[in-house]
Ligand binder design. Sequence first.
Ligand SMILES: [Zn+2]
Length: 300
Amino acid sequence: MKLAGLTATVILAVTTTSAAHAYVRTTTENHTPISWPSSCLTFVPSSSALPTGIDLATFTATIDQAMANWRVATSPCSNFEMSRLDPQPVLVLHDNLSVIKFNTQFWTHGDTATGASFDSATKAITTVSFIDKKGVPNDGTILDADIELNATDYQFVILPSDSMFPNESDLENTLTHEMGHAQGLAHTCYIEGDPIPLDENGQPLPDCEHSDPVVAATTMFAIASPSDIDKRYPKADDVAGICAIYPLTASACGPPLTAATQASAGCQLNPTDKDTTFPVLCLIGVLARLQFRRRLRAQR
Ligand SMILES: [Zn+2]
């Protein structure tokens, strides 16, 4: 099992451009780009915990809007569609159920008291499970993508709000970014100290704190200020990434899975074959974090 942490910083820059720079795909350890097997992703909003100020109707409406943000931007060149089921009291598990959940008690994977704490500067984490076995036909196939929202250190709001506090975060902005990870995209910049990833052209990514405005404006830029709503709108680089992974000719999405069928679709531990099946099918591939770097707070 491998955990790869991706973080980033957001320098606020409102820039529009029609020219794509570069996008970055999440890859397996052996550098196979990951993707869903067809142009489909169904989320299940978790009703098990909601933060103060966000009711279930607001939660689901914002999820719908974030999915629509991607669909509107990518529909000319991609057939990828995200959908959701009705909210259910589901937990974050590696169960082929792609859950969106507020963590209101503990900022740990699964919101558990015993888990290792994530960095409190991280607003959200998307955990993508994929097959990571070089040489097999389905190497890089995504099985599960869970989005956890840090409601223990941040107050999620729908901007514009009457007042902005350093610990606030726009829910739509955060969800749109995390859904980019859930589709298979990685950040468009790197944080100093992390290994420097390469973009789809094989070029090293820019440092998040020294990126040009075009990169800083992408939805998949890794840093967000409290007042950031720019990530709500996928830019040319973000769109180019999705359209490269899921072009109009990609395998079309079938009917949305129900919770029951999705949970039984795979990634079950088979006791008779646990040494080979479980590690391959249920490998945790990515912890992708949308982070706010405290020392950049002044740059709102
Ligand atoms: Zn991210």
